[in-house]
Design a protein around this ligand. Structure first.
Ligand code: NAD
Ligand code: UGA
Length: 460
């Protein structure tokens, strides 16, 4: 079959895989290839056990793989064949040199740009899908235009991705908006329109926003910073609720009813995790600092400080309420993923909470329906001091406390009477997700300590 366009995505991760699977589903007339240097990842994308867990992803891949969706490791060949190349490689926080701990590490993006230049023998549109510091397109252009002899022309377009893990397929199928930024030259606008045309196969035109390329790059960082700021704001208030007897759920509801504030992203938690919020805010802070905007940088940095406070405060409170010692006590952690419906544990608050409990010499048992494989890797340095258990009932057996760290639906409906009977007493539940009915748990015999809400406890 002859395809209308050859689209390549470099980077087969949490974004590249699911987003291109939906491209393939919605645009059977295009050939979509996802390429990666990681051979194991590509092998997994070509197998029955995909490397990423996302509700609905298996079905989409089953329908499209081998039809117009392909996963490949031969990046050079894929580049040659492509008309449009999405770059969706990782952009982690730099851990060394200038900007260490804040700036984005752009080595992978730059490597891809050099490879595109090297392998291309026809004109191409290069699309930034990775989250990048504002002005990265300038650097990409410099690299792509550096070989004047070649006679190949590139256009750089920005199309940041807004999908959230756990809802990636839904988000891709029905996005709030798609953002496409380009240079405001005739060639830039032509390239932009080609990307608009892809999305217009399923996204209503009014939801496809076009902008100048710097606005587009910056908007992605700002969107994540605003979302994370809301979580830090509500989490800061959860601490105040615990001191005053106010209930964070009631406060969230009351303020969220104001249409100017809105109800979303006001759920108190043990802290936000995920691969992006922290790194993107740090990146924003770094950019502000490099433009000499100290107050702007300090303002956004506080969102991270508050998140670290929330994670630490949760575990400190556990220790304090369990009579100031958890040494030799078995503590079952229910949930390790950074949110529900994903196996991803990057920057999950559960990592810090586990480590702190292990340092206090508690006997930590971790259970999670999707994230145990990643949890094992995250805690590899502590592997003799922690156990992993598929079954939450077994995890809680003989435990002095359980802590709910990920709001998996199934944890709301466990048989807590059975759990209570099999635990050491006094038995504690630290409900970091406010998933459980406080009175019911209290009546079963538990000391129930929710987050930002009045506790009910006999033994403290
Ligand atoms: P990821 O680490 O899951 O995947 C990135 C992939 O890129 C890896 O498989 C890696 O092997 C590959 N890669 C790196 N260098 C390469 C190279 N030179 N050639 C080929 N492949 C290469 O990352 P992710 O979570 O998919 O995130 C990718 C980008 O998207 C980041 O910039 C991130 O900030 C952004 N983003 C992520 C999410 C999310 O939910 N995870 C959402 C929106 C945006
Ligand atoms: C987030 C954004 O929502 C996406 O739009 C963005 O594309 C993505 O980052 C990215 O750039 O990587 P994601 O991190 O996958 O998506 O998940 P979120 O639903 O945003 O949750 C992030 C964290 O905030 C989770 O730990 C979650 O538990 C926490 N959270 C979220 C709260 O604590 N309270 C809330 O009310 C909402």
């Amino acid at each position: 079959m002859k395809f209308e366009k050859n689209i390549l995505c470099i980077g087969a991760g949490y974004v590249g895989g699911p987003s291109m699977a939906v491209f393939a589903l919605k645009c059977p007339q295009y050939k979509i290839t996802v390429a990666d240097v990681n051979k194991d990842r590509i092998k997994a994308w070509n197998s029955d056990k995909l490397p990423v867990y996302e509700p609905g992803l298996d079905e989409v891949v089953r329908e499209t793989r081998g039809r117009n969706l392909f996963f490949d490791t031969n990046i050079a060949k894929c580049i040659k064949e492509a008309d449009i190349i999405f770059v969706s490689v990782n952009t982690p926080t730099k851990t060394f040199g200038i900007g260490a701990g804040k700036a984005a590490n752009l080595q992978f993006v730059e490597k891809v740009a050099r490879e595109i230049l090297k392998e291309s023998d026809s004109n191409k549109i290069v699309v930034e899908k990775s989250t990048l510091p504002v002005k990265t397109a300038e650097a990409l252009k410099r690299i792509l235009y550096s070989d004047h002899e070649k006679g190949v022309h590139f256009q750089v377009v920005s199309n940041p991705e807004f999908l959230a893990e756990g809802t990636a397929i839904e988000d891709m199928k029905d996005p709030d908006r798609v953002l496409i930024g380009s240079e405001q030259t005739p060639e830039g606008i032509r390239a932009r329109d080609e990307i608009v045309e892809i999305y217009a196969n399923w996204v209503p035109r009014e939801k496809i926003i076009t902008a100048n390329i710097w606005s587009s790059e910056l908007s992605k960082l700002v969107a994540n910073a605003f979302l994370a700021q809301r979580v830090s704001s509500i989490n800061s208030i959860s601490a105040l609720c615990e001191r005053t007897g106010a209930d964070i759920n009631e406060v969230s509801y009351a303020i969220g009813c104001d249409s100017r504030i809105g109800p979303k992203f006001l759920k108190a938690s043990v802290g936000f995790g995920g691969s992006c919020f922290k790194k993107d805010i740090l990146n924003l802070v770094y950019i502000a600092q490099s433009y000499g905007l100290k107050e702007v940088a300090d303002y956004w940095e506080q969102v991270i400080t508050m998140n670290e406070y929330q994670e630490t405060r949760f575990v400190d409170r556990m220790v304090r309420l369990m009579f100031n010692t958890v040494t030799d006590k078995k503590i079952a952690l229910l949930g390790f993923a950074f949110k529900t419906n994903t196996g991803d544990t990057r920057e999950s608050p559960a990592i810090l909470i586990s480590k702190k409990l292990i340092e206090e010499k508690a006997e930590v048992v971790i259970t999670d329906p999707k994230a145990l494989e990643n949890a094992r890797k995250d805690l590899a340095d502590y592997k003799d001091l922690v156990t992993f258990e598929d079954d939450p009932y077994k995890a809680a057996e003989g435990a002095h406390a359980i802590a709910i760290l990920t709001a998996w639906e199934q944890y709301a409906t466990l048989d807590y009477k059975r759990i209570y009977d099999a635990m050491e007493h006094p038995a504690f539940i630290f409900d970091g997700c406010n998933l459980l009915d406080i009175n019911k748990m209290y009546e079963l015999g538990f000391n129930i300590i929710p987050l930002g809400r009045p506790s009910r406890a006999r033994d403290i």
